[in-house]
Design a protein around this ligand. Structure first.
Ligand SMILES: Cc1ncc(COP(=O)(O)O)c(C=O)c1O
Length: 455
């Protein structure tokens, strides 16, 4: 669980670099009335957010209203792939809004046609039909529905098992949470659906055995007959750690799903649109799933999500049976089209690969001299630093929280630590970040670690 941040302003050293400026106490005293209004009217669950009140965000930088400026290592929460506040996206949103078409469902629009056509044109075979939604969780719910519909049609009502992975995060709605692999997040559900099962994720760190045998062995141990599996869903990389599975494991999983008529679903809500140094995260595995789920970075801004899949699967549900009120909202479609255009035109996947290589080199060097960093995972412009008690595997959430807070105080913005034991520092800047800004922000992270370990 994220911890709650203090609202008592703290004197912090002034910072001035080409990319960062901190000129006030933090949280900013003048921002307290805003934070207090939020505390008064929002549930406690909203208090896991660092108390930095955003005023404006551009490219890879975030500004408050009191003169402070951060390098953003959050992208919101992996949203702003094409950069914050891009003029092309702003213009597209304004043009669509000015056309006085703000909503349309249940009626078709030309801009919705343009967006699904665009997605189909850049996705590999067989992902050639697309259903638009609003949130990543909705996309996950739709995938679960399609897996079970496909399973029941091809194998009868016992073919309903959804296999997912330990430590997975797929969203907070009922089905998405049950596909997730973080037990405390499911406590409230009480009556868990027995058709959801998790297997170890082959990250090579917390699960040293990365062989595909572990997958089949875990199913056997849980008395799951492969013929009853309707679908296997995984985050292309695990959001909580930024860990990828080995490509060989994924190729075996792809074949296993074919063999047992189970759908393979890649949840690309974080991994899509260039984040990992490839346009689609699953490219790193040399496989294509039956269904791919998108959200976050699809628009770099307004809420939009998508399920892309094999036409035979996408067409399983009859007319009117997959709906959501804001499906394909015209203004969100305009934002997504503009963002996708930027990702492609500026080859931001390549920038992510190139600048990400520098980021990972620097993080690797930091980890090599810091026994409190157990592992650095990720590819491209996503990284996870697992904080541990040295020479153990025990997560150190206090260290991770302290480092994040100190980095924020130095002008590098991150969200609260995530993942196993809440001890993973996640780094995921907009894909337009430059090498100079990476070097500047890593320097701040190094200082934050040094101060935290020697305080
Ligand atoms: C991999 C993954 N899937 C699904 C979701 C849920 O998306 P949303 O918060 O838009 O419902 C998230 C959100 O963090 C995610 O990281």
């Amino acid at each position: 669980m994220a911890h709650e941040y203090s609202l008592i302003p703290k004197k912090v050293p002034r910072v001035e670099t080409p990319f960062r400026r901190i000129v006030t106490d933090l949280p900013v005293p003048q921002s307290l009335p805003i934070l207090e209004r939020l505390h008064a009217c929002e549930p406690i669950a909203m208090r896991g957010q660092p108390p930095i009140v955003w005023h404006r965000a551009e490219g890879f930088q975030v500004y408050d209203a009191w003169g402070n400026r951060w390098i953003d290592w959050s992208s919101g929460v992996l949203i702003a792939n094409a950069g914050h506040g891009r003029q092309e996206i702003v213009d597209a949103i304004i043009a669509q809004a000015s056309a006085h078409l703000l909503t349309s469902y249940c009626f078709p629009t030309e801009i919705r046609a343009r967006l699904v056509e665009k997605l189909v044109s850049i996705l590999p075979d067989p992902l050639k039909k697309v259903f638009l939604l609003t949130t990543g969780s909705e996309a996950v719910e739709t995938a679960i529905k399609l897996c079970r519909t496909h399973g029941v049609k091809s194998g009868g009502r016992t073919k309903n098992v959804i296999v997912s992975f330990d430590q997975a995060f797929h969203g907070r709605t009922l089905g998405a949470q049950q596909a997730g692999g973080i037990p405390p997040l499911k406590d409230w559900i009480v009556n868990l659906d027995p058709g959801f099962i998790q297997v170890p994720f082959p990250d090579g760190y917390r699960t040293p055995d990365t062989s595909f045998d572990l997958f089949t062995h875990t199913l056997r141990e849980n008395s799951i007959d492969p013929s009853n599996v309707a679908g296997v869903i995984l985050e292309t990389y695990q959001g909580g750690s930024a860990a990828f599975a080995p490509p060989a494991y994924m190729r075996d999983l792809r074949s296993w799903c074919h063999r047992h008529q189970a759908l393979l679903v890649c949840d690309e809500v974080q991994a899509g649109f260039g984040r990992t140094g490839a346009l689609w995260g699953f490219e790193h595995y040399g496989i294509v799933p039956d269904l791919a789920l998108f959200g976050k970075g699809i628009s770099s801004s307004l809420p939009l999500a998508a399920v892309a899949g094999r036409p035979a699967v996408m067409d399983l549900q009859p007319p009117g049976s997959m709906t959501s009120t804001h499906t394909g909202n015209p203004v969100c479609c305009a934002a997504a089209l503009a963002s996708i255009e930027l990702v492609l035109r500026e080859d931001l996947a390549e920038n992510s690969r190139r600048v990400g290589a520098l980021l990972h080199r620097k993080l690797g060097a930091l980890a090599a001299r810091t026994p409190q960093i157990g592992c650095v995972a990720g590819k491209g412009l996503v990284a996870g630093l697992a904080c541990i008690v040295p020479h153990t595997m025990e997560p150190d959430a206090d260290l991770a929280c302290d480092v994040v807070l100190r980095a924020i105080e130095k002008g590098v913005l991150m969200f609260s630590p995530v993942g196993y034991g809440g001890a993973t520092i996640k780094i995921c800047p907009p894909l337009v970040i430059t090498e100079a800004a990476i070097l500047d922000s890593v320097a701040a992270l190094e200082e934050a670690f040094a101060e935290s370990l020697h305080k």
